[in-house]
Ligand binder design. Structure first.
Ligand SMILES: N[C@@H]1[C@@H](O)[C@H](O)[C@@H](COP(=O)(O)O)O[C@@H]1O
Length: 260
């Protein structure tokens, strides 16, 4: 696992956007797994700016969702489908046909989960999966004690996650209890995992994920199993990392051509 400590969220966004751009230059139809929440927004803004500036062509990129609420009406502005279309697909100048995600409105939820897991494989697998981290260490919506081998399935949100996400809804009780999320086993199949965490509120979760034991109690610790996992953190989110100085020195000495 590589840990990169950046000065702030903007710098993290630019660094990851450059990694995505480099991927697209080599593989124009790469499948990019995107995360929701506030943290990845600087990545999407920086990538859209690169597209506008002509430094990368994203016109053949394919986008896939990490997770989705169950039961929000189709077109609800806070469904993750709506969020990804608004924050990623449209700013990159892509159409809805470049985009895939689990169907949170399906009557048969298990079938929708299995269909999405298969669709990701049939699409050739995710090239780069961007991840955030929940304050309880979740990735996607894999809450603590999710199986490390899990596939895309329905999960029940913890009270903490519902409270954390209440800011996106008019009333806290509107946050759905259930979600569909790529499983941890599914996420681990992506060729490159890039987790971005910013702010002091994530420092504990980051330290447990990066330096703590591999445990289902901290789902993000599963990144320790992946051969190409990058964790990008700002100074505030890095505050509890015992090896921060080592991570800084390693990145400072890294040959530029290696990228992330
Ligand atoms: N399902 C999403 C996660 O993918 C995201 O990482 C997390 C943190 O969001 P934020 O970046 O807003 O803290 O929120 C939600 O739970």
């Amino acid at each position: 696992m590589e840990v990169v400590i950046v000065p702030d969220a903007m710098a993290g966004g630019e660094l990851i956007a450059e990694a995505v751009a480099a991927l697209l230059r080599g593989k124009p139809d790469a499948l990019l797994g995107v995360a929701t929440g506030s943290t990845p927004l600087p990545v999407y803004q920086a990538l859209a700016a690169q597209v506008r500036a002509g430094s990368v062509d994203a016109s053949r990129a394919r986008i896939c969702q990490l997770d989705e609420y169950v039961g929000l009406p189709a077109g609800h502005p806070e469904s993750y489908r709506s969020v990804v279309l608004r924050e990623v697909v449209e700013p990159l100048g892509l159409g809805a046909d470049s985009f895939m995600g689990p169907d949170g409105t399906a009557e048969d939820v298990p079938a929708a989960c299995a269909a999405y897991d298969s669709a990701l494989r049939e699409a050739g697998g995710v090239d780069l999966q961007l991840l955030g981290i929940g304050t309880d260490g979740h990735i996607g919506f894999n809450e603590p004690c999710s199986s490390l081998a899990s596939r895309t399935r329905i999960k029940t949100l913890t009270r903490q996650t519902r409270e954390d996400n209440a800011r996106f809804f008019e009333r806290p009780e509107e946050v759905p209890h259930h979600v569909i999320t790529q499983g941890i086993g599914t996420i681990l199949e992506a060729r490159h995992l890039v987790l971005l965490a910013t702010g002091a509120g994530k420092a504990d979760a980051v330290a447990r994920a990066v330096e703590g034991p591999l445990t289902a109690l901290v789902p993000a610790s599963a990144l320790q199993l992946h051969p190409h996992a990058t964790v990008v953190v700002d100074e505030a989110a890095a505050a509890q990392l015992a090896l921060a100085d080592y991570f800084r020195a390693t990145y400072a000495a890294k040959p530029h051509w290696q990228g992330l």
